[in-house]
Design a protein around this ligand. Structure first.
Ligand code: UD1
Ligand code: MG
Length: 466
């Protein structure tokens, strides 16, 4: 089946309208103090339109360059373009770069004498003399640029992986290099390495505990975990992008809670949550464009580039926005998937190259895929598998001698199929979206409500010293 690679007339008009409206709004934000959030929303719509068109146009080019993959869960296993996440990632990077003057517009040209007065408007020619340069938030620009640099690194490494199919044990550490720029900026600009101790433990440990270099190890671990975790919860149409979109929208909701009117301005966390919004909005724009093409039945695959890129966007906002623990609460399905996978990742149980659910051509449904035991498992592993089978956490198949001959692959997708029975690919993807959303809302509830059981207050109630 040829991949249609042109935009229909109505799509072209709708996208042009979107770009026109976006440009109009962007130009208008260069008034008053500038409206960075509005500018970011407008840019995200433009990014959506550009990514949508580029993905459509570039499909055949990617196939010609050998960037293609077989859709395993379809009767004829069609070959479709892979690595389309790279297109999204490039559009995203350009949007972030174009956004820089909008984000700092107020600081560049519209400095006031404070207190909301607009009597001392500093024009940019004055700023060039360096008079008010000390007012410019270099720290915030450094954070922004380091986030950008980390993302650029991961995208280059991700494309390398898609081109060369690097082995899992080598690529798992790829994000560690990409994390270096933002960890350095974190060290120079914030350097905060102490964490609040839960109230019941404060008697023994004091109010704060300084984790020192361990805190940097923890942040590097977050940066390694997020991209790999998204890449591991993959294998059915749309799932990589859909889970990332759910996480991004929930993070955006969390950020919005720190802005006026929900949290009175000024609040110490406002700036870091604005930072997160600027990174998330265009991400949502380009990811939605990708999802339009990647949802069942997929016209394109996202490639590892997208998974790494998406995970790194979350790591950047979580680390530089100072809410990495909240971020992890939104990653509960991914954390479960990783922990559940560990026996296969560490080869205690054999791990085939692909663990995606198996397509049954006669029913058109997906069922849990299995790993075959060529050599029967050792008694200890057989006992563990039997126990998990009894708990319905895995499904094993035995031969007439009672030896285990196959066991289901240890991924959340396969486990869901063991629990719910075979189902269509898009239905499974919807189920996963529902699980991600439910876990995410629960995570945010834990963060802002249940955490009050062990901490004195939610940081939204902190008041800044003005
Ligand atoms: C990871 C998983 C692997 C899983 C794969 C699926 C680990 C350690 N590795 O490997 O088990 O099989 O992702 O992406 O957990 N594909 C489809 N339909 C889809 C998406 C992908 O058939 O909706 C197939 C295509 O053939 C595509 C390939 O998966 O070409 C992409 O796999 P790749 O991203 O290279 O696998 P890994 O990330 O290495
Ligand atoms: Mg992958």
């Amino acid at each position: 089946m040829p991949v249609p690679n042109t935009l229909s007339r109505s799509e072209t008009w709708r996208l042009l309208l979107l770009v026109g409206a976006g440009l109009g709004i962007l130009v208008n934000t260069f008034q008053g103090d500038g409206a960075p959030v509005i500018a970011s929303i407008a840019l995200s719509f433009i990014a959506f339109a550009v990514a949508f068109s580029m993905i459509r146009w570039l499909g055949p080019v990617f196939i010609k360059a050998g960037l293609k993959g077989k859709d395993m869960a379809k009767p004829r296993k069609p070959e479709i373009p892979e690595t389309m996440g790279a297109v999204c990632a490039v559009v995203y990077l350009l949007s972030l770069i174009i956004f820089i003057p909008f984000a700092f517009y107020k600081d560049i040209v519209a400095a006031t004498s404070g207190g909301g007065n607009r009597d001392v408007v500093i024009e940019d020619q004055h700023i060039e003399t360096g008079r008010f340069l000390h007012r410019f938030p270099h720290g915030r620009l450094a954070s922004y640029l380091s986030g950008l640099l980390s993302l650029q690194c991961i995208i280059i490494l991700g494309i390398g992986d898609d081109l060369l199919d690097i082995r899992w044990r080598h690529k798992v550490l790829i994000p560690a290099f990409a994390a270096i720029p933002m960890l350095v900026v974190y060290f120079v600009d914030f350097g905060v390495t102490h964490v609040v101790v839960p109230v019941p433990l404060q008697r023994y440990l004091g109010d704060f505990i300084d984790l020192g270099w361990l805190y940097y190890m923890y942040m590097a671990a977050v940066a390694i975990f997020c991209p790999n975790a998204i890449n591991m919860l993959a294998g059915i149409n749309g799932i990589e992008v859909a889970q990332s979109l759910v996480i991004a929208v929930l993070l955006l909701l969390n950020d919005a809670m720190y802005l006026a009117p929900i949290t009175p301005y000024p609040h110490p966390a406002t700036d870091s949550h604005l930072f997160s919004i600027y990174f998330l909005l265009p991400f949502i724009g380009v990811s939605t464009a990708l999802l339009c093409h990647n949802w069942y039945p997929s016209k394109v695959f996202v490639g590892d580039t997208y998974c790494y890129f998406a995970g790194m966007v979350f790591a950047v906002v979580g680390i530089l926005g100072h809410f990495s623990k909240t971020l992890l609460l939104l990653f509960v399905p991914q954390i479960f998937n990783f922990l559940y996978s560990t026996p296969q990742l560490f080869h205690i149980i054999p791990c085939p190259r692909h663990r995606l659910p198996k397509f049954n051509a006669s029913t058109g449904l997906l069922d849990a895929s299995v790993t075959e035991w060529m050599v029967p498992p050792s008694p200890l592993i057989a006992f563990a598998l039997d126990t998990l089978h009894t708990l319905r956490l895995v499904r094993v198949q035995k031969d007439e001698k009672g030896q285990i001959v196959e066991s289901t692959n240890l991924t959340i997708l396969n486990l869901w199929l063991v629990w719910m029975g075979p189902m269509r690919e898009d239905r499974l993807a919807w189920h996963m979206v529902a699980v991600q959303t439910a876990c995410g809302f629960f995570g945010l509830f834990v963060r802002h409500r249940l955490a009050l059981l062990v901490f004195n207050q939610d940081n939204r109630t902190f008041q800044s010293v003005v």
